[in-house]
Each structure stands twice: as C-alpha cells, then as structure tokens.
Design a protein around this ligand. Sequence first.
Ligand SMILES: Nc1ncnc2c1ncn2[C@@H]1O[C@H](COP(=O)(O)OP(=O)(O)O)[C@@H](O)[C@H]1O
Ligand SMILES: [Mg+2]
Length: 629
Amino acid sequence: MNTYLRMLRRVRPYLPQVVASVLLTFLYSLLTAATILLVRPTFSTLFAATDPPAAVAEQTAPERSSSTAAEAVPFDDTLGLKDRLDLAYRDFEAWLLEGSNLDALQRVVIIIFFVFLAKNLAHYASTVLTNWLGLRLIKDMRDDVFARLLELPLGFFHRHRAGELISRATNDVQIANKTVNVSFTNLVRDPAQIVGYLAVCLWISWKLTLLAFLVLPLSMLVIVSIGKRLRRYSHRQQERMADLTSVLQETVYGIRVVKAFAMERFERRKYLAESARVFVDMFKIARTNRLSSPLSEQMAVIVGAVILWFGGRQVFVEQTLEPEAFLTFLAAMFSMLHPIKELSQVNNGIQEGMAAAERLFEILDSPAEAGADPELPDLPAGPGRVEFRDVHFAYLPGEPVLQGIDLLAEPGQVVALVGSSGAGKSTLVDLIPRFYDPQQGQVLVDGHDVRTVSLRSLRERLGIVTQEVILFNDTVRNNIAYGLGEVAHGQLEEAARAANAHDFIMRMPDGYDTLIGDRGTKLSGGQRQRLSIARAILKNPPILILDEATSALDTESEQLVQEAIDRLVQDRTTFVIAHRLSTIRSADRIYALKAGRIVESGSHGTLLAAGGVYADLYNLQFRAQETGG
Ligand SMILES: Nc1ncnc2c1ncn2[C@@H]1O[C@H](COP(=O)(O)OP(=O)(O)O)[C@@H](O)[C@H]1O
Ligand SMILES: [Mg+2]
C-alpha cells in the first residue's frame, strides 16, 4: 500500500492535468450511461411504426405522462426522487416521440448522433490526456532513476550487476507505471460507468438489481486472489528479466573474450536457459491475466441468466414490468459487464506495476554517496599535500583491507606504493577521492579532512589514471576534455602532445573530431592510455594518482606512455602504483604494503639496504628490469 501511495504521489506535479483527465473521464462515463436511456425511445419509435402516426401523437404522449400508478406500472415506485425522475424522463420521451413516426425517428437519430459525438470526444480527450500523463510519469521515473544511479556510491555498483540495473531503469520503469496508468483510467472510468448503469438499473427495478448484486462478492473474491498470484509471478519475472539482461550485457561487453575462448556455445546455453525461464514466467503472467476476464464474464453471465429468468417472469406472468423498461434494464445490466471486466483487470495491472515499483524505490531509496551534500564547503585552493592518519578500512565487516595506515605526501612529491597483488594499494588510493570512506582515521588534503569538503571540489583537485581506461562514445576532443567543458584547441593539442597522443590522433580520419566508437575499442591499449593521460594533463590537477597506468602495455607503447607520465608528474603530488622500477626508484618516498599495513617506508636506497619486504619485492620483480635494460 505504501508503494502504491508513493507511485500515486508522483503525479502531484501534474495535478491540473489529473483533475482535467478525471473530469473528462467522468463526463465520458456519464454520457455512456446516458446512451442507455436512448434504448427505450428507440424501441418505442420502431414498435410504434405499425400504428397510424396520428394515434401515436395523441395516445402515447398523454397516456405515458399520466399513468404513473395505474395498470401498466412501467417502473417500480419506491422513492419520491424516483417519481420525479420518472416524470422528467417521460416528458423527455414525450417530446422526443411527438409528431409522426418519421419526425420521432429523425429526432431520435439526431439525439443519438450528438450524444455519441459528445461521448466519443470526451473519450478521445480523456484517453489522450491520460496517456500523456502516463508517458510523463515514465519519463520522470526513468530520469530519477538515472539521476540516482549517478549519485550512488561505488559500493552499490559492486553489489548489483550492470545488467540488472539497466533492466530496472528500462523494463521496470515501464511496468511500474502501469500502476498509475491503470489507476487513472480504469479506477476512475469503470466505477463511474458502473455507477451510471447501476443508477439506471435501480431506477427501473431495485429488486432485480439487488438480485444481480448478490452474486457480486463471489466474483470479487476470485479477482483478488488472481491479483495476488499475479504480483508474485510479476516479481519473479522482473528478476529473471534482470538476469537475462545481465547475461546479454556481459556477452556484448565481453564478446572478445567469449570468442577468444570459443565460449559461444556456453554463453548461448546460459542465455537460452535464462530466456526460457523468462518465457515460462511471462506465459504464467499472461495466462493468469487472461483468466480473470473470461472468469468474471462467466460470473456476470450467471447473474444475467438469473435476471432474465426473474425479470422475464415479471413481464410475462406478474405483468409488473413494462417490456421496454425491462429491455433498458437488460441493456444497462449488460453494459455494466464491460466496466466490471475491466475493473477486474485493474488489480492485476496494479499488482504487476507494484512489483516493479518496489524494485525502483529500492534504487531511489538507496542512500546517495556520502558527501554529495551540497551544503559542504569547497576545498580551498592549496599546494596538494595529502596525509593519511591511522586509517582503517574494510569493504566487508570483519575483513580489514587497510589497517593503521599513516602516510604523508608533501606537495610536489612522488610517493610510490609497492606490495604484492591484493595488498591494498588500489584501495588506499581510492580513499583520496572518497570512492570509499575509512571506518577509522582520517584522510586529509591540504589539512582538510576529505569528509568535510564537497565531493566536487575534492575530485576537481585530483587526476586519476588507471590501468583500465574508460572512454565514451564521443569524439577524441570531447574524451580528452571530459568534464572540462569548452577548451581552446591550442590547450587541447598541447595536452595531447605532452601525452604523446597528438601524432596518432592526427593519423585518425577526422583528427580530433574522430568518433572513438563504443568504449574506444578501435584504439590500442597504449593509445587509450595516452588519451587518458592527455585528459589528466589538460585537467592540470595538483594531485595525481597513477594506479598501474602502464601495466597493460607492451614495451614500445610503455615507452611513449612513460615519457608522457614523466611530463605529467612534474610539480604535482603524485601517488604511483607501478611495476616499473624506474618510476619507483626515482620516487621521493616508497611505502611497502603487506596485507593492508605499511611495513616499510623510505627511499629506494635505504629500503634496499634494510633488506626487508621491499628488498624481497625488488629481487623478485624489479631486478630483471634493471639488468635487462
Ligand atoms: N569492491 C571490493 N569489495 C570487496 N573486496 C574488495 C573490493 N575491492 C578489493 N577488494 C579486496 O581488497 C583487497 C585489496 O585489494 P586492492 O586494493 O585492489 O589490492 P592491490 O591494488 O594492492 O592489488 C583484496 O583482498 C581484494 O580482494
Ligand atoms: Mg590494484
């Protein structure tokens, strides 16, 4: 229920449209019910066709308006209101049927034309408006989910698969809005129509109406239980759809690996299995959905049969009901079937939508990245001094990754982090841009705890180059200037030259305006890396983080990249995690990490002489590089 209210609350910005749509829907429903009242005069005109025209004019009109209580009692009389309604309707009918048969027919035809015209105009206007509302809501929801995804902390993306999130932001948004759409069309239109028809029925014979509605609670019970089942199926189907999207997305992104390992058949089987599950669930939903409509119609037919029997008796045997009135009653009763049928689907639509809505609210309710708070002050300009004070960090409770880290990088210094794979080097540098927050201790930039300044100002101060380069499907120019807005071409080219990227960019078909293609797959690893260095040079940050920036490269491109990096680190505080000895040896200070602790620190010479962890690593990893060249 809470989810339901929250979904409905999303229409609040569109209150005028909602009110207009509801009013139009009401108008449409009223006019629809009113068309029933034309049944009787239409029949009267046609049945009267055998009578001489004059007789109709003389006979029917006065007789009908005066014979309220007499022999042929056309309507039950129970209410004062009812009497007045009877009279008004009789007057209307008398006016309609006045004159010759053909005159009457003409009037009936004209009235029918205009009532239906008005009804259909109202119908068109109300459905267009409701569809507009629905599409707006889908758009709002989609946009909100995307905006939220941007604000969520990195940890959230480790916990959820990319395909699942994509599925939620697309499939689930679509489904969730069923709840609102259905609520606004069916929950307004169908009850309004039912009430309209019901009023006509009650007016003609409250006894017969009562009889009909004795059977109603039974059908309600069936409808509610179908709805419950549908929600359960829906939940499962949406989860499976997310699984399917996940497999699809992983295959598309990892297509090189899939092909390289000849895993097409494996991936295909994996996909087919998921796909089959989605099919089964979707079919179950469809089956259940399709069941409710014939089921409720069958129930309505039971009601209809009962009515026909008892009503027919009143006409033939007891003669307490005029045949034309009974016809109108039946028309109203059977017209009620459609809205009742639709209404039985309402619950289904709502339940299906709610399952999706719950998954969306899960994203929307996830807490945003800490420090996205716009109230936090900006980090004041500074030389770029970075300090870790007794920092402890764990991704998962009870599994510490960093323990008691104390570290200092003076402005302009190069600090190297060494340690075996999994020692915590990447985690340590990830704390500087606040990708994660330490559970204990402080990370300070120019004397300010990173948690006390705005994320934006903090990250503006940092340049990050990692082994994995993420490029966007855009031009070379926009990829280099990513996040910087308009940049003069001279500056851009200067950065590209410093990054040893200018030459290969100029060899591309459109130079700086060449489209990189999806994630830059058309570029070599070294080229991608140099673009990412050009990005960092152009950004010109006082603090630089290089996390294995050259690890994935061959010797030739490594040379070019290394030159670029040497230019990049000048006059910046730099954290470097590298497998190249030259980078590490020239560092101002080296920190050796082991299982999340700093075990040694100092210059290359002192650490080597000390013969500890660094010396071991040196002997194991770097010595070959030194002797080899
Ligand atoms: N997102 C994560 N969730 C849980 N554990 C992680 C995550 N990232 C890294 N780890 C774990 O933290 C430890 C340190 O990882 P990392 O900092 O990447 O090491 P390094 O960069 O020194 O190779 C490893 O044991 C790794 O398994
Ligand atoms: Mg790492």
